[in-house]
Design a protein around this ligand. Sequence first.
Ligand code: ADP
Ligand code: MG
Length: 582
Amino acid sequence: MASIIILDELTANQIAAGEVVERPVSVVKELVENSLDAGAGKISLDISDGGLKEITVIDDGSGMEEEDLPLAFERHATSKIKSAADLNRITTLGFRGEALPSIAAVSRVTVTTRPHNCISGMRVEIKGGVLMSKGAFGHPAGTTVQVDDLFFNTPARKKAMKNAATEGGLCADLISRLALARPDVSFELRVKGRRVFFAPGTGNIIDAVAAVYGAGQSREMVPVQVKGENFRVRGYAGKPTLHRSSRSYQTIIINGRYVRCPAITTALEEVYRNMIPAGRKPAAVLAVDIDPLLLDVNVHPAKQEVRLLEEERVAGLIAEALKAALSDGFAVPALKKVPPTTMRTWGIEPYKESPVQMPFAFPVAKNTKAMEIPGEAAECRAVYSPSPEKAFPELIPIAQLMPTYILARGSEGLYIIDQHAAHERILFEKFLGRAMSVGSASQALLIPAMIELTPREAEILISEILWLKDAGFIVEHFGGNTFLLRGVPVYFPTGREKDIFIDMLSIFEKPGARLERNDFLARLSTRLACIEAVKSGGKMSIQAMEELLGQLARAEKPLACPHGRPTIVHISYRELDSRFKR
Ligand code: ADP
Ligand code: MG
């Protein structure tokens, strides 16, 4: 017969830790939130080995009374609510009383604290959830929580961690977001003693924005403001010239809490849709203060997602405010019309050879999904290994089907080509071929580009600098999170080195195994190809289409773009006949 037992406190805490303490950044979040709840005006952090070796958070908040300190490590012990009735009016970041016991169950924690009205401080040491020592200890008013050897007693969890740069980068990113959420609090982050981030805590969002994005980039942002019935929004939005490949430059804050709010994100991106290139993401810091009754915070507690109850109204007003801010003070650059002469080539050099004529098994229109399309890394190997069979029918372009398709006829029927995907494939192979052959050869920039990075980007850059050097990038530390880009690989497109370089850092951002050199070059080439390729919506002349198809015919792997999407779909004459019931 099964017998039910009640788990002991330590086991229960270890189980809870599995949910609360996923990785070092979760510890940082809980500790900093506790400091903020304790009313701190100044919070400084020390991190080493991505937080796995040490995370120390020092605050000047309320401190803890002698009798409260051991209680803080009991499960469901909190000073923030007294009863269920309080749940409806929570103003603190924490209230479940689970963080400290969970963290203490999977690390060595030392807490030293002194309330403002006490003359002496106190310290406790806890290892794997067990109290090791307790006693009087000198400390300035406030609290220091030091977490050493995270996951020392849960080896499987420890093994699941990424490298220190990735984990440290996540911590730096979180601190930047919290600094944007609480511009009234001063934040300092040191990694192995080196200061990587400092926000002065002046109370002005723009000072926090400058601390996170750099003074130069903060000047590329315009203030946004709107006040409605029971809510208001303040913040900054990037001019259309400031955009990124990911949402890393978007921070949404609701009632002082850094959250995800899909409704606001959608409204924001919609406003920029025709102002910035397709696929790019705008920059914005938007702080919403709203009546808590209009919020549903229980959508996704772990992911910090928030839903607004009057979503459309609020998102609509935010969109209006953004439009007003963007049209104020400077002109939104209109999308440039490309003169017909440059339109013709799109950087596609005319080809001389005639394409190989051969019947070829294209993915047919009805079952494109069934085709196995290799990912970019696999593609990359395919390109530099002995080359696969090449075959391509002669295609004659008939017309362009807006926004992105080329219709072509061949001896086997109708072919529909995605112009962007096809061009990406061609450029990808060109860039990768050059990247593989030139090694670390570099071209110096005439004027070195000043690169201002977020703390997270700076962490990544520093940890990958040898790598980047090996690929032909010459970067110099300028001070703080500012760097000088002095050289780029010889095949790099000219004119936009700085933006492409910053974007490229996100290749290393994805938590995952360390990149192999060839995978890095393949990903870099994929980015470059995507940036340079003719866009969806770009008008092409018949001649330009001919050139594009000719070059695709000569590609090593013409059937898929480097992201793995098909470049071409075939509808045979037989298929057409059967559809017309001939
Ligand atoms: P919660 O934040 O949900 O209340 P925690 O486990 O994070 O639970 O913390 C437990 C209690 O310990 C808090 O309610 C608070 O009273 C106290 N505490 C934790 N960190 C600090 C700090 N930095 N300063 C003052 N008190 C703190
Ligand atoms: Mg807490």
